[in-house]
Ligand binder design. Structure first.
Ligand code: GUN
Ligand code: ZN
Length: 428
């Protein structure tokens, strides 16, 4: 069964920082997207493709909108949904005062399911169709998440948090139980439908060396599972890591010594990285999740996107809810632009939308499945409304170029701008 959508279409083919701008994207002012069995069959100019369709096929026409691939959120915590916007602290105190108590509730699987349901609907409302997601230390938090994601036919990656020290007793696992619970979850869920597992040590301070080594062991037992953690977010955190692991050369090296770097390893933040660390991330194909609203909210620092580009490190966008203050990738692009302004750098709207789609897919090693609308890709796509608010309607009238329109979308856009989200070609 064919599903056909017509409208303005934009997607990326490459990083605009690496190729000539015209080669980095395809833009069809009046395009056609043809989908069969949940995958893209054809993409092109409506004037060329309409005549090739079999008779009687229905065409859904989106006007005043922009069809693009669904956003990819490369770092978010579903258990922190109900504690978003908690006042007054930087990272370590924020974890103690707000995060750990909130995560305790996920020992109750029914509660976890209820939050997962709400969380995934928030993502879809914001136009995010794939995310790399933290659970809690409880294995039932991951069962709950995957159960709901599977019902919604979503491509999602999640994992049980590993933490065996420096956290409250009620959230502590051991190197042994963390390993066994993760292994059982991998066997149960990894590569089931569109679900994949991420081995998830919270961050270096909450794991012993023994636990990190066991995480590395899991990655060697299951080479296509992900590794998801935090890295160099906050200055006090970095000092603490150095004190806890005096034998390591630096924060990234703590993970490296346990064999946790690789093509499917994603490190949230990386706000304070040395050049050698960027080189090592690049050499191993590891990725950084750039989380602008979180980095500003917790006062963590200004991410150096230019440094990541210079070292050719994979970067995706992350919201990092609940330290992040919005589920919206558009809102994150707004803050990302301002962070780069404060660094004296310009973040172009082409780069922004690349990072939110294909760049995120590359960061997650999923560029053969999602990230753009090339034939064969899974048809997760959204429709952005240029006229979502009266202000946007007025502002858009002044825009002459795609560059301008994308920039306005990224500055004024949020959930209100997402007028439709499609999963495997079906509107949800
Ligand atoms: N570092 C360790 N845990 C967390 C967390 O839950 N959120 C953020 N932003 N950083 C962390
Ligand atoms: Zn985080």
């Amino acid at each position: 069964m064919l599903k056909v959508y017509r409208g303005e279409i934009l997607h990326f083919l490459a990083d605009p920082a690496k190729v000539a701008l015209e080669q980095s994207y395809q833009h069809f002012a009046d395009g056609l997207l043809v989908i069969e069995d949940g995958k893209v069959k054809q993409l092109g100019e409506a004037s060329n493709l309409l005549a090739t369709l079999p008779g009687g096929v229905e065409v859904t026409h989106y006007q005043n909108g922009l069809i693009m691939p669904g956003f990819i959120d490369t770092h978010i915590h579903y258990p922190q949904t109900e504690m978003i916007a908690s006042y007054g602290e930087q990272l370590l105190e924020w974890l103690e005062n707000y995060t750990f108590p909130a995560e305790r509730r996920f020992e109750d699987e029914a509660y976890a399911k209820d939050v997962a349901e709400f969380f995934l609907d928030q993502l879809l409302d914001a136009g995010t169709t794939t995310a790399l997601v933290f659970g809690t230390v409880h294995k039932q938090s991951v069962d709950a998440f995957f159960t709901v994601a599977q019902q919604k036919k979503l491509r999602m990656i999640c994992g049980k948090v590993l933490m065996d020290r420096n956290c409250p007793d009620f959230l502590t696992d051991t190197a042994e139980t963390g390993f066994n619970d993760s292994k059982a979850l991998i066997e149960k869920w990894h590569n089931t439908d569109r679900l994949q597992y991420a081995v998830t040590p919270r961050f270096a301070p909450t794991s012993t060396r023994e636990q990190l080594d066991k995480a590395g062991e899991l990655l060697s037992l299951y080479p296509d599972v992900y590794m998801h953690t935090h890295l160099c977010e906050n200055k006090k955190e970095i000092e603490w890591v150095q004190a806890l692991f005096p034998e390591s050369k630096g924060y990234l090296d703590v993970y490296d010594q346990s064999n946790l770097l690789g093509r499917r390893s994603v490190f949230a933040h990386g706000v304070h990285l040395h050049d050698e660390e960027c080189q090592r991330l690049s050499d191993t194909g590891s990725a950084i999740a750039f989380c602008p609203t979180s980095n500003l909210f917790l006062g963590s620092g200004l991410f150096n996107l230019k440094q990541a580009e210079e070292y050719d490190v994979n970067v995706g966008m992350g919201t990092d809810v609940g330290a992040g203050t919005s589920f919206s990738i558009l809102h994150s692009l707004n803050e990302a632009y301002k962070i780069q302004q404060l660094r004296g750098e310009k973040l172009t709207p082409f780069k922004s939308f690349y990072l939110s789609t294909l760049g995120g897919a590359v960061a997650l090693d999923l560029e053969d499945k999602i990230g753009n609308l090339a034939p064969g890709k899974e048809a997760d796509f959204i429709v952005l409304d240029y006229h979502a608010t009266p202000l946007m309607q007025r502002r858009m009238k002044q825009c002459k170029t795609l560059h301008e329109k994308l920039f306005v979308l990224s500055m004024l856009g949020d959930e209100r701008s997402v007028c439709a989200t499609h999963i495997l070609g079906e509107r949800v």
